[in-house]
Write a protein that binds this ligand. Sequence first.
Ligand code: HEM
Length: 412
Amino acid sequence: MQDVMEATGSARPAHVKPDQFVDFDIYAPPGEGKSFYEGWQLLHAQGVPDVVWTPRNEGHWIVTRNDLIDEVFADHTRFSSRVILLPKSAGEQHNLIPTTLDPPEHRPYRSLLNSSFSPRAVGGIEAQIRDVAAGLVEAVRLDGQCNFTTAYAEILPIKVFMTMFGLPLEDSQQLKTWSDATTRADGTISMADALARIAAYLQPFLDARKGKDGDDMLSRIVNGKIGDRALSDVEALQLALQVLIAGLDTVVNFLGFTFLFLAQNPAHRQRLVEDPDLIPTAIEELVRRFPIVTIGREVVTDMEYHGAQLKKGEMIVTATVLGGLDPTVNPDPMKVDFDRVGARHVSFGTGPHKCPGAHLARTEISISIEEWLKRIPVFELAAGADVRVMGGIAATVNAVPLVWDPATTRAV
Ligand code: HEM
């Protein structure tokens, strides 16, 4: 694996000290997909400062410690959400709400979302999530094999979104295809076209729910108020789109990491089979161990920050991977220990933008583990599986091919 401190060939900006200058591509960390988390951990090696600069992705800072990531996320007066995606020239094009607003503008939009993500609201759709989960597991149970990514992980979160928004489940696949095109274009449809199609799809539903008191999330959004005024159609669409984008890839891939881990660690899996009450605790540890989101903030003003000379307008990356895996806050951080006490992480962010969907995400993961292990308690990764983890705004697992003996499964 390459040394992150080696020379890159790119010029070091004058305000960056020599020991702060690293060669690190946040979207392609060292390890070529085979050791994603180990690649990031190079930034925790001895001698690497708490704040480093890489010339990749148009040049930006990275904070390498859990507590600093927490601080940058939480302090909008010094670190703005005006731009959160890198490279900055691309991030400037992203203007979704509420993610790119700072307080106080951010607050009313965020309050509007919070009500739909409360434990009560999530509890209200739990039975439907469970039905979808059970159906997906049952569909593959007697096959003895599946690509977990396509057979399960990619399907559950979009169906949960459709349920929350009160949209027809049979439109799931279509909406997912457009949503995917907004986050990772595959060339078949442009991002602008995909956004336009999502907007056109949602508009009749928005119109139909305006002025009615439905308790689905779309009704709450479209009838929401910002101060004294009603939300505009454009704002309603932007909010809906943000929830769609934020709640898909994250859950798809976190499910992928979870089931990859359970397939490769039979002792951990067996504990959950024998004691399902342990599942919520296990999920907290997996959330700490497998963070996936890499975003950033824009530096608001020139300042000295933990030894680094930050300049107004520069980007500073808050890679959640560097939080839970920081050995100064979590001893032996690569080890998954369901009995770990006092673990710390920033996998769902912190501060005003802290993930509102965290409870929903935990519910989706918990139901998935429960419904799967009830029916397929013994499974493993297919021999010769070519599993690769790619960096991105959300890290992705390309495929999780699983195999099991149908005779060991149970009908429920
Ligand atoms: C394992 C799954 C998930 C992870 C790891 C995750 C992670 C995150 C993180 C780190 C942020 C903070 C972004 C920032 O500070 O700029 C965030 C924000 C957000 N997340 Fe999640 N998320 C997950 C699931 C979900 C789900 C299921 C939904 C909704 C269906 C959701 C909706 C959102 C929204 C709307 C925001 C923006 C909040 C704001 O700007 O105030 N997320 N998420």
